[in-house]
Write a protein that binds this ligand. Structure first.
Ligand code: PHE
Length: 339
């Protein structure tokens, strides 16, 4: 049997241990250690008969006081814990939270938002135009020859002889220049429509981002190259490869096509890039003087470039999407991977 002094020390250290307990588990451990069925206090009660009769009253009193003090401290601790846990009556913090289905931004919208942000840094603002266009804005003012095959009913959705679903975002160039004097510096994301047969990389309805920069100070093909190079690295990361190939568009001269390295296969060749390692992302070039004439700009006094990029193409290589149709099926198993 311990001495009276040792007993008082145990009394003090049990209260200190409880004081130090910060969790329910720790308080329970203190209670079990001292007051439990095999705890120290019941064990000492059993040992009382070993205490010399003369000392028994003092021991009994000390033990009783210890038990009472510890029980009181435990009750106070429990009350404080409850006050903390339930600041509002009837509010049970231990209930699981309500599950809320969270949507994701569609990859096409994501690319458009990011592109607008990147071009904004270069001083471009976002312009808008309608999906239903005039023949003048979509073809004639863009210097497209009257019987160009792209105007054929097998390529373009016509409403009547003068109205159509735009086949490109380029008519927004015309709208912008008709309404503004240079300098103009805009990008325009939007839907385009073509009578294309759907396959892994084609869809009758797709998105483009048009860009137009026209100024009264010299603007060159080198400016176009550096702008699209900057865009490619910002959008795809510094490792992206970009190449410019000579091409022809009625509304730009000279014209180029712009390819990015295929990120799906990292340039090795796959279905998305048709085994070439490159994906055609944009058409671009220096605005043709004939276009300036159509919008009333003096071709001798202005310089400018234009580009039109395929949004789905960018989304496919950025997110490794092997088939354009995934972008339109709205399959939740696909979209939920876009978090
Ligand atoms: N409108 C062209 C297309 O759809 C792309 C383009 C835009 C090319 C601007 C040159 C300048 O293919």
């Amino acid at each position: 049997m311990m001495t009276l002094q040792e007993l008082q020390q145990e009394h003090a250290s049990s209260l200190a241990a409880l004081e130090a307990a910060t969790t329910q588990e720790a308080s329970d451990a203190v209670r079990i250690r001292y007051l439990g069925r095999n705890g120290l206090i019941p064990a000492l009660v059993k040992q009382m008969k070993e205490v010399p009769p003369a000392d028994r009253p003092a021991f009994g009193k000390a033990l009783g006081e210890w038990r009472a003090a510890l029980e009181k401290a435990l009750a106070a601790k429990a009350e404080a814990a409850q006050a903390n846990a339930a600041p509002v009556a009837g509010f049970d913090v231990t209930l699981p939270g309500r599950w809320r289905a969270e949507g994701v931004i569609h990859p096409v919208s994501r690319v458009i938002e990011e592109a607008a942000e990147i071009f904004h840094r270069l001083g471009f603002t976002v312009a808008d135009g309608p999906d239903i266009e005039t023949k003048f804005n979509n073809f004639t003012a863009l210097n497209t020859a009257p019987h160009h095959p792209s105007m054929d009913a097998s390529d373009t959705f016509w409403f009547d002889a003068e109205t159509l679903l735009r086949t490109q975002t380029s008519p927004v160039q015309i709208r912008t220049m008709l309404e503004n004097q240079p300098p103009v510096r805009i990008v325009n994301p939007g839907r385009c429509y073509r009578r294309d047969t759907t396959d892994a990389t084609h869809s009758a309805n797709f998105h483009q981002i048009e860009g137009l920069y026209v100024d009264t100070r010299p603007v060159s093909l080198a400016d176009l190259k550096s702008t699209l190079g900057y865009f490619a690295r910002e959008m795809m990361g510094p490792g992206i490869g970009v190449r410019f190939r000579p091409h022809f568009f009625p509304f730009t001269e000279p014209s180029v096509e712009v390819d990015f390295t295929c990120h799906v296969c990292k340039g090795k060749g796959c279905r998305v890039c048709k085994n070439s390692g490159w994906i055609e992302i944009a058409g671009a070039g220096m605005v043709d003087p004939r276009v300036y004439e159509h919008v009333g700009y003096d071709p001798e006094k202005v310089y400018g470039y234009a580009f039109g990029m395929g949004v789905e193409r960018i989304a496919m290589i950025k997110y490794g999407i092997p088939d354009i149709r995934f972008l339109y099926e709205n399959d939740i198993r696909f979209l939920s991977q876009m978090r």
